[in-house]
Write a protein that binds this ligand. Structure first.
Ligand code: TXA
Ligand code: MG
Length: 353
């Protein structure tokens, strides 16, 4: 078995070893970068109030400087030190959904560095649920700025191995606690608009938010705009979550999608293309004989399973060098909405060509 590089440390996902957490907190205090698991995906963390440390995140990820970061907090009290005039609904939502996969955008306090918020006067905050992230925040007693720990434009990392592939030894420490439980990122909810708007669907569903807020709007994603209007041009890149291959999406009943995917796979292979497919259990029989690489995620409707596997599967299909990835598109409800959004963005890349 190959040895782990010396910046990777294994940590128990349920009961993180205090020695490991202390070491990671020390790296953050000294202005270093620590990749750590959250319940959604791995994050690339830096001391949020240390502008130099935060700048390193952008360099290491090759992230454009206009894209602001999420700040992770130990609790609501820590969040309150970073905001001005948070509306009452901020507390209501934080009490109900934190710790958890909900990021709240509110007006920032003056001492939060511009680097974190990309010059905006708002800040995105979330208290993560994962025991390793929680232990790190409790030990460091610092807000931790952390985007997903992938290279910009690659699918988010759901395993420490993905972080290593993308960022390698450019990170001071990678805490490896195995696969992340949820597999898609948090929901980003903008509370500075009225009514609040979902900027990115994620782990907390629109329906869950509506139990507290009443109707919530969804900001039209770049991918939707490209898909619906056929728009092109700079700023329309939808490059997040994009695998190297072209992604083609199918919509309808599982049996119909399976048939369409199978015939499309045959047609593409006849053109000499290497075809990968992501299927549900019930599509497997029809698609497997027709495509080179088929990844299966469980029954249609088992969105938890699809969420856990989606980003890792996109990486595997990429590494196998497929030209096209065929995938069924989940419906716009519950956790499926987040999967739908990520797949539409992944497919958006092909519309740019
Ligand atoms: O689950 C997650 O949210 C993961 C884990 C590590 O917490 N983090 C994550 O971060 O996905 P990132 O940087 O990959 O995505 C953060 C999203 C971006 O789309 C960014 O534009 C948005 O949040 N965002 C951050 N600050 C914002 C702000 N002030 N206003 C509007 N959007 C903001
Ligand atoms: Mg990201």
């Amino acid at each position: 078995m190959p040895h782990d590089p010396n910046n990777v440390v294994h940590v128990n996902p349920e009961e993180p070893q205090p020695g490991v957490i202390k070491r990671a907190a020390e790296v953050l205090r000294c202005g270093g970068l620590v990749a750590f698991p959250t319940e959604t995906v791995y994050g690339l963390g830096a001391h949020a109030l240390d502008a130099n440390a935060v700048r390193k995140i952008f360099v290491v990820k090759e992230r454009p400087e206009w894209d602001p970061l999420i700040v992770h907090v130990a609790d609501i009290a820590m969040a309150e030190t970073l905001v001005t005039s948070a509306p009452p609904v901020f507390h209501e939502l934080a009490k109900k959904f934190w710790p958890g996969p909900l990021t709240l955008v509110v007006h920032k306090a003056a001492h939060v560095p511009n680097e974190v918020t990309a010059g905006r006067d708002t800040i995105a905050l979330r208290q993560p649920h994962h025991p390793v992230a929680a232990a790190l925040l409790a030990e460091a007693q610092l807000p931790i700025a952390a985007p997903s720990a992938n290279r910009f434009g690659r699918p988010s990392p759901t395993r420490a191995q993905h972080v290593l592939e993308d960022l390698g030894n450019r990170v001071d420490l990678i805490l490896d606690a195995g696969p992340t439980p949820l597999g898609v990122e948090s929901t980003v909810l903008d509370l500075t608009q009225s009514p609040p708007a979902i900027l990115r669907p994620g782990g907390i569903s629109r329906e869950q938010l509506e139990t507290v807020l009443g109707p919530v709007t969804i900001a039209k994603s770049v991918a939707d705009q490209v898909g619906v209007k056929g728009l092109r041009g700079p700023g329309m890149t939808a490059k997040h979550y994009a695998p190297r291959a072209t992604v083609e999406l199918f919509e309808g009943k599982p049996t119909d999608m399976a048939q369409q995917m199978a015939s499309r796979a045959i047609a593409l292979q006849q053109q000499g293309k290497k075809v990968g497919a992501i299927v549900s259990e019930e599509m497997r029989g029809a698609v497997e004989p027709c495509a080179r690489f088929v990844a299966c995620f469980g029954a249609w409707g088992d969105w938890d399973s699809m969420a856990r596997k989606l980003f890792g599967t996109l990486r595997v299909l990429d590494s196998q060098g497929v030209d096209v990835i065929l995938c069924p598109l989940p419906p716009a409800e519950g956790l499926a909405l987040a999967l739908r959004d990520r797949l539409q963005r992944a497919a958006g890349k092909s519309l740019e060509r």
